[in-house]
Design a binder for this molecule. Structure first.
Ligand SMILES: NC(=O)C1=CN([C@@H]2O[C@H](COP(=O)(O)OP(=O)(O)OC[C@H]3O[C@@H](n4cnc5c(N)ncnc54)[C@H](OP(=O)(O)O)[C@@H]3O)[C@@H](O)[C@H]2O)[C@@H](O)CC1
Ligand SMILES: Nc1ncnc2c1ncn2[C@@H]1O[C@H](COP(=O)(O)OP(=O)(O)O)[C@@H](O)[C@H]1O
Ligand SMILES: [K+]
Length: 504
C-alpha cells in the first residue's frame, strides 16, 4: 500500500471529485460515513455514552459535523463543540447547517472548555492534514484540556496538532488518541516510533478514492502489506532437490553466544534453503550438531571466536554477524569476506558493529548486501538522528551511498533501498522485543538470498514473514511468552501464506 503526503492526498481527493463528477461535500459525507460505520460497529449507543465531538474550522471539523449528524441518526447521544474562527471552510458551513436542531453545539472559549468526564468518548475532529503550524492559543488549550482528561479519544484522520509527514518542535501540543481512523492510505506520521503515543492504534478505511490516480502517482514510501508481496514467492518445483534452493553459509556465534548461531540456523532452515553450513568456533560444535542436526557444522580452529574464513566456493549466500563478537579475529574474517565474497551477503549484529568501528570497510561492502541494524547499531553506522524523520533521511543516504539494502529494525521495521525507497512493515508485535529475534531474521534473509531471490524480494518477504511468524507464534504463546525460537517455528506457515497459488 502506498503512503501519500498530505499534498498527494489532497490531489487524490481532487482527482476523485473530478473523475466521479461529485462535490467535495459528497466526498466528506463518504469519509465521515465510513468513520461512523467503523465506530458504531465497535460501540453500541449504551457503550459509547454521550459522545463529545470537537470540531475545528476546516474540513476535518466538517468531517466531525457529518459524524455528529450520522451518529445522532443512529440513536447515539452526541454533543458538538466548535472552535471559533472567521475562516470556516465551505463544507464545514454547509454541514453545520445540516446538524439536527436537537444536537447541542457549544462554541469553545478560554473560559468554556467543557468538562470532559473520565471515560467519555471524544471524537477529535479539530485539525487534519490542513495543519499548517504547531497549535497555540485556544486550540492548544483545548487539546491540553482533552489530554488531561481520562477520555477515550478517537481521532479523525490524524491526531490534531500532528503533522502528517514532517517533523515538528519537540514541545508541540498534540492530541493523544487511543485510535486514529484515517482514510484510504496511511500517513508517514503513523509509522514513526515517537508518534505512537499520539496516534494510538491506527486504522485506514477505504473511501474509494480514484484508483487510477493512486496507481499512477509515484511515491518512494510504502506500507509493506501482503498485497505488495503478491507474486514474489513461487511454489517449490515439483522435481526440486536439495540443490535447487541454494546452499547458505552462516558465520556466527562465539563463546557464550552460540545460541545466536543456533537461532539463525533454525530460521534459515525453516525458510526453505536447500542446504545450510554453519561456521562456528570449536566451542559451538556439540551444541550446533545437537540443536540443529539438519545443518552441517564447519568448526573453526579457534576455540571461542570465528577466526578463519572457510573456502567460499560451495555457497550461494552468506550471513554473518549473530553472536560473532567484535574481537580482532572476527574483524579479520569480515574484512576478508567483504573482499572475497562473490555471492549475496547478509550482515547483522557484530558484523555491523565491526563495520562501524572500522569505517574503511564500508567502502568494500559488495553492492546489494542486506544489512539489518537495530536503531542503536544504525546510529553507530550512520550517526545520531535529531528525530524520526532525520533518521529516515540518514537511512536513505546510507543506502544510496553504499548501494545496499538496510533494514532498520523495530515496530514497523523500515527497509531502505539504494534508490531511496522506504518500506514500512505491517507485521510483528511487541512480543518480538526479546533476545534472538534479530538472529532469526538474519537466518530467514540468508535463506531467501540463497534460493535465489533478488535483494528487494528477499528483504520484503523476509521482513514481512518474520513479523507474521511472530504474530502466529504469539497466538499460541501470548506476547510475553514469545521467545525467538517460536518465531523460527512459525516461519513455514508465514511463508506458505505468501506463496503464489497455482492457477488452473
Ligand atoms: N480523502 C481524504 O483524506 C478526505 C479528507 N477529508 C478531511 O479533510 C481534512 C483536511 O481538511 P482541510 O484541508 O480543510 O484542513 P484541516 O485539517 O481541517 O485544517 C484547516 C483549518 O485549520 C486552520 N489551521 C491550520 N493549522 C492551524 C493551527 N496550528 N492553529 C489554528 N488553526 C490552524 C486553517 O486555517 P489557516 O491555516 O488558514 O489559519 C484551516 O482553517 C482531512 O484531514 C480530512 O479529515 C474529508 O472530508 C474528505 C476526504
Ligand atoms: N515492538 C515490536 N514490534 C514488532 N517487531 C518488533 C518489536 N520489537 C522488536 N521487534 C522485532 O524483533 C527483532 C529484534 O531484533 P534485534 O534487536 O536485533 O534482536 P536480537 O539482537 O536480540 O536478535 C527485529 O526484527 C524487530 O523488528
Ligand atoms: K483530527
Amino acid at each position: 500500500m502506498k503512503i501519500f503526503t498530505a499534498a498527494q492526498t489532497r490531489a487524490a481527493d481532487q482527482a476523485t471529485i473530478q473523475s466521479e463528477g461529485i462535490s467535495s461535500e459528497a466526498l466528506m459525507e463518504r469519509a465521515a460515513t465510513a468513520f461512523t460505520d467503523w465506530l458504531t460497529a465497535r460501540l453500541s449507543p449504551k457503550e459509547a455514552g454521550e459522545i463529545l465531538i470537537l470540531c475545528g474550522p476546516g474540513n476535518n471539523g466538517g468531517d466531525g459535523l457529518v459524524v455528529a449528524r450520522r451518529l445522532y441518526g443512529r440513536d447515539y447521544t452526541v454533543r458538538v463543540a466548535v472552535l471559533p474562527s472567521e475562516n470556516k471552510s465551505g463544507d464545514f458551513q454547509r454541514n453545520f447547517q445540516k446538524l439536527p436542531p436537537e444536537v447541542i453545539v457549544t462554541e469553545l472559549s478560554a473560559t468554556n472548555l467543557l468538562p470532559i468526564p473520565a471515560g467519555a468518548l471524544v471524537i477529535d475532529a479539530l485539525f487534519g492534514t490542513g495543519l499548517t503550524r504547531p497549535l497555540e492559543g485556544l486550540a492548544a488549550a483545548v487539546v491540553q484540556h482533552l489530554n488531561a482528561a481520562q477520555a477515550r479519544v478517537v481521532a479523525v484522520d490524524i491526531p490534531s496538532g500532528l503533522f502528517s509527514d514532517a517533523p515538528q518542535p519537540a514541545d508541540s501540543i498534540v492530541v493523544r488518541a487511543r485510535h486514529t481512523v484515517s482514510f484510504e492510505l496511511p500517513k508517514l506520521a503513523f509509522m514513526l516510533p515517537h508518534n505512537a503515543e499520539y496516534v494510538g492504534q491506527w486504522h485506514v478505511l477505504p473511501i474509494d478514492l480514484d484508483k487510477k490516480f493512486i496507481e499512477e502517482t509515484a511515491t518512494k514510501l510504502h506500507f509493506l502489506d501482503a498485497a505488495l508481496l503478491a507474486g514474489r514467492l513461487q511454489k517449490r518445483a515439483r522435481f526440486a532437490h536439495k540443490g535447487t534452493y541454494g546452499h547458505a553459509l552462516l558465520l556466527a556465534g562465539s563463546k557464550g553466544k552460540i545460541g545466536a548461531a543456533v537461532l539463525a540456523a533454525q530460521a534459515c532452515l525453516r525458510s526453505g534453503v536447500g542446504l545450510l553450513t554453519l561456521r562456528v568456533p570449536a566451542v559451538g560444535y556439540d551444541v550446533v550438531q545437537t540443536a540443529v542436526p539438519e545443518a552441517m557444522c564447519l568448526t573453526d580452529p579457534a576455540a571461542d571466536f570465528v577466526s578463519e574464513l572457510p573456502d567460499l566456493t560451495p555457497y550461494s549466500s552468506i550471513g554473518i554477524g549473530p553472536g560473532l563478537g567484535k574481537e580482532k579475529a572476527p574483524q579479520q574474517v569480515l574484512a576478508q569476506l567483504l573482499r572475497e565474497a562473490k555471492v549475496p551477503l547478509v550482515l547483522d549484529a557484530d558484523a555491523l558493529n565491526i563495520l562501524a568501528e572500522n569505517r574503511e570497510l564500508l567502502a568494500t561492502l559488495p553492492p546489494d548486501s542486506l544489512l539489518t541494524p537495530h536503531p542503536k547499531e544504525f546510529e553507530r553506522l550512520a550517526g545520531p538522528a535529531r528525530d524520526d524523520y532525520h533518521r529516515l533521511d540518514l537511512l536513505r543516504d546510507f543506502c544510496q551511498k553504499h548501494r545496499c539494502y538496510t533494514i532498520l529494525k523495530g515496530a514497523n521495521t523500515c527497509l531502505g533501498t539504494p534508490d531511496g525507497t522506504l518500506y514500512f512493515n505491517s507485521t510483528g508485535n511487541p512480543g518480538m522485543a526479546t533476545g534472538g529475534s534479530g538472529d532469526v531474521l538474519t537466518g530467514i534473509l540468508t535463506a531467501l538470498r540463497a534460493q535465489p531471490l533478488s535483494p528487494l524480494d528477499a528483504a520484503l518477504i523476509g521482513i514481512y514473514a518474520h513479523g507474521r511468524a511472530g504474530d502466529l507464534a504469539a497466538q499460541v504463546t501470548g506476547e510475553a511468552g514469545l521467545v525467538a525460537g517460536d518465531i523460527a517455528r512459525f516461519i513455514g506457515p508465514a511463508l506458505e501464506e505468501l506463496t503464489t497459488k497455482e492457477s488452473f
